[in-house]
Design a protein around this ligand. Structure first.
Ligand SMILES: [Zn+2]
Length: 60
């Protein structure tokens, strides 16, 4: 399986992204030595935080 090295914009970690990952094509399309993406961990964190904010805004 093909892999591409990519850095997460949020946590700064580098990952070997496999070609079955949803962002793989985007990473290759960037044509950079170290393309950037949002890793799965940060994706989950963002989703969780936006859920929290929505809950706070909900009227009582
Ligand atoms: Zn990350």
């Amino acid at each position: 399986m093909e892999v591409v090295g990519a850095r997460c914009l949020m946590c700064g970690k580098t990952y070997q992204v496999q070609e079955d990952h949803k962002d793989y094509r985007n990473l290759v399309a960037q044509e950079k030595e170290m393309p950037t993406f949002i890793c799965d961990i940060c994706n989950h964190r963002v989703r969780y935080e936006s859920d929290e904010q929505r809950r706070e805004k909900k009227p009582l």
